[in-house]
Design a protein around this ligand. Structure first.
Ligand code: PLP
Length: 447
C-alpha cells in the first residue's frame, strides 16, 4: 500500500489529530479548532494557511534571540552533518566543554561548573540531587528536606512538582517526594497591584524561612529552591529585598539556595542571569530555554565550584556523580548554544532587553483602565495582565483573551486568570505597541 498523501495542514479534521496527546493542552478544544504553526522567522510565526502571528511570548519563554536566526540554524545544520551524537558517559566532544566555559564566564562569580541536561525539569531534578548528595558528602547527611514555594513552577519531574507550588500539577500524582515544605508565595493584589517592576511590599515573607527552620531544624534542610521571578504563575516579581533576605537566612543555616532561572536566564530581565539583576548569588542556578533560544532542547545547572569539588574524591577511575542523561551536552544543542550566545553578545541583546523594558512597562500599564483588569505586573521583557475571573467559570475569561489574541494574529500565554507577554529580545517598539493594542481590543470585547 502506498503511503497516504501528506496531510493538508489547513484541512485537518479531529481524527487526524487523535494520536498525539498534547502536553498542558485542552486537547479536545484544540482538536476541534487547531492552532497550528508552520514556519517562524524573527518575531513572527506563520500558520499553515499563511496567516502571520506576532510572537508575544518567545514561543514558550524560550526563543529569546527571535526565531530561525541564520547563524543558529547554520550551526545546527553544520553540526548535524559533522558529529550527530557522541556518547555522553565516559566520552566527550569539544563543543560541550566550550559551551560550559562560555556559560560559566557569563555567570555570577563562583558559579563556574556546568552540568548539562535537556530541559528545565531535568535541570531542577539535577540541582535537587546535587544538593542532597553534597550535603551528605560534607557530613550533613541528615539534611534531606527541600523547601520550595507556593506558586512556584519547577517543571514536571517528581522533584520539580514536589517543590513546586501549583496545585493542579501536584494533586493527581500521589505523595511525591517526602520531606518537602513550602514558603508562602509573594503575590498580593491588596498590597502590590499595578506595581511597576519589583513591588515594595513583601520582603518580610522571606522570614517565613526562619519559621520553617524553627519547625524542622536547619540540620534537616538541604536546600531552598525559588524562581527569582516566578514566570509560569504569572510574572511574580520578587519584592524588594526578598531575595537578599533568603540569601542571608540560607547562608546562616548552611542551607543551599537554588535559583531556578529556566525562564529568567539569558536576557529575560536584561542580564545573563536574574542573580545579576538582583545582586544575589545563589549556590546553584538552573537554566534551559534561552540557552539555545529554544532551537534544540537543552538545560543545565551552574554549580559553585567548591560544591563540585566536594564530589571529586575517591580513586580517579571512580564515577563521582551517578547522574546524567543520554543527551547531556548533545552536540546539536551545544552547537546551537554557542551560536546563540554569540548572537546575544554580538547584537547586545541583553542590553537591548534592558532598554526595551521601560517601553514594555509603559505599554502594558496603559491597559490599566481596560475592562476586567485587576493587576498589571512587569519586569524586564516580561509582563502580566491579571483579569477578574468570570463568575462561575474560572479561567474562561483569560482563555478567551488568549483565543482572541490568536484570532487577531498575536501569540500570548494564558497562566490561570493571567495573560502574559514575554517577547524576544529583538522586539521593536512598534511590535510592543501592536501587542498592547491587540490586547486592548480583545479586553474590550471580552464577556
Ligand atoms: N523551571 C521553570 C522556572 C520553568 O519556567 C520551567 C518551564 O517553563 C521549567 C522549570 C520546566 O522546564 P521544561 O518545560 O523545559 O522541563
Amino acid at each position: 500500500m502506498s503511503n497516504p498523501a501528506p496531510l493538508e495542514a489547513g484541512a485537518l479534521h479531529p481524527e487526524a489529530l487523535a494520536s498525539y496527546w498534547m502536553p498542558f493542552t485542552a486537547n479536545r478544544q484544540f482538536k476541534a479548532a487547531p492552532r497550528m504553526m508552520a514556519r517562524a522567522e524573527g518575531m513572527h510565526y506563520w500558520t499553515p494557511e499563511g496567516r502571520r502571528i506576532l510572537d508575544g511570548f518567545s514561543g514558550l519563554w524560550c526563543c529569546n534571540a527571535g526565531h530561525s536566526r541564520k547563524p543558529v540554524v547554520e550551526a545546527i545544520q553544520r553540526q548535524a552533518a559533522t558529529l550527530d551524537y557522541a556518547p555522553a558517559f565516559q566520552m566527550g566532544h569539544p563543543l560541550a566543554f566550550e559551551l560550559a566555559d562560555r556559560i560559566a564566564a557569563m555567570a555570577p562569580a563562583g558559579l563556574n561548573r556546568v552540568f548539562f541536561c535537556n530541559s528545565g525539569s531535568e535541570a531542577v531534578d539535577t540541582a535537587l540531587k546535587v544538593a542532597l548528595a553534597y550535603q551528605r558528602l560534607r557530613g550533613e547527611g541528615s539534611r534531606t528536606r527541600l523547601i520550595g514555594r507556593e506558586r512556584g513552577y519547577h517543571g514536571v519531574g517528581f522533584g520539580g512538582i514536589s517543590v513546586g507550588g501549583m496545585v493542579a500539577n501536584r494533586k493527581m500524582f500521589g505523595a511525591m517526594l517526602a520531606g518537602v515544605d513550602h514558603l508562602p508565595h509573594t503575590h498580593s493584589l491588596e498590597k502590590n497591584a499595578f506595581s511597576r517592576g519589583e513591588p515594595e511590599w513583601g520582603a518580610h515573607l522571606a522570614d517565613e524561612l526562619e519559621r520553617l527552620i524553627a519547625l524542622h531544624d536547619a540540620s534537616t534542610i538541604a536546600a531552598v529552591i525559588v524562581e527569582p521571578m516566578a514566570g509560569s504563575t504569572g510574572v511574580l516579581l520578587p519584592p524588594r529585598g526578598y531575595l537578599q533576605r533568603l540569601r542571608e537566612i540560607t547562608a546562616k543555616h548552611g542551607i543551599l539556595l537554588i535559583f531556578d532561572e529556566v525562564i529568567t536566564a539569558f536576557g529575560r530581565l536584561g542580564h545573563a542571569f536574574a542573580a545579576q539583576r538582583y545582586g544575589v548569588t545563589p549556590d546553584m542556578i538552573t537554566f534551559a530555554k534561552g540557552v539555545t533560544s529554544g532551537t534544540v532542547p537543552m538545560g543545565g545547572v551552574l554549580v559553585r565550584s567548591d560544591i563540585h569539588d566536594a564530589f571529586m574524591r575517591g580513586p580517579p577511575w571512580a564515577i563521582e556523580l551517578f547522574h546524567g542523561y543520554t543527551y547531556s551536552g548533545h552536540p546539536l544543542a551545544c552547537a546551537a548554544g554557542i551560536a546563540t550566545l554569540d548572537l546575544y553578545r554580538d547584537e547586545g541583546l541583553f542590553e537591548r532587553a534592558r532598554a526595551m523594558a521601560p517601553v514594555l512597562e509603559d505599554a502594558v500599564h496603559s491597559l490599566r483602565a481596560s475592562p476586567h483588569v485587576i493587576d498589571i505586573r512587569n519586569g524586564g521583557l516580561a509582563a502580566a495582565i491579571e483579569l477578574e475571573p468570570r463568575p462561575g467559570a474560572p479561567l474562561a475569561r483569560a482563555f478567551d483573551a488568549y483565543l482572541g489574541c490568536w484570532e487577531r494574529g498575536l501569540l500570548v500565554r494564558q497562566a490561570g486568570e493571567i495573560v502574559c507577554l514575554a517577547p524576544a529580545l529583538i522586539v521593536e517598539e512598534s511590535q510592543i505597541a501592536k501587542m498592547t493594542g491587540t490586547l486592548r481590543e480583545v479586553l474590550l470585547q471580552l464577556a
